[in-house]
Design a protein around this ligand. Structure first.
Ligand code: ZN
Length: 132
């Protein structure tokens, strides 16, 4: 298993980690199989999104903030980051990507994004390559 360290620079952020996941696949030697990307945190996530227009990433984060605001009087969790926990569950902590010929099988416009919801922090993304 490979560990990718992700340093985030703002409270909410989506960081393209596609190249780093691809590098982990190459280092594993797996040619055909799949890769599981897993975020071992409760206020961050991993998703696959468009890699062409950065406005898409803006809109995803903007809408998540609208749907799940940082401040709500009904929140009980006293760390003040209940929204980040909710966004983590909404987006999810794992992604499954096929691997063929040693390459991630992604659509032309797809990239793998680490999602920070309670940064800035230093985070981990675990990459497990399975196959032959
Ligand atoms: Zn918390």
């Amino acid at each position: 298993m490979e560990t990718i360290t992700v340093k985030t620079s703002s409270r909410s952020q989506m960081i393209d980690v596609t190249d780093r996941v691809q590098k982990a696949v190459q280092e594993s030697g797996v040619q055909d199989g799949f890769v599981v990307c897993f975020v071992p945190h409760t206020t961050a996530a991993v998703t696959i999104q468009e890699n062409a227009d950065p406005d898409v990433l803006h809109d995803v984060l903007w809408k998540l903030e609208k749907l799940i605001p940082q401040h709500e009087t009904a929140y009980r969790h006293n760390e003040g980051n209940s929204d980040a926990h909710l966004k983590c569950s909404a987006v999810g902590v794992s992604q499954f990507i096929p691997v063929e010929g040693g390459r991630l099988v992604l659509g032309t416009w797809q990239g793998v994004y680490f999602c920070e919801f309670d940064g800035p922090r230093t985070r981990r993304l675990l990459v497990q390559c399975v196959g032959r």
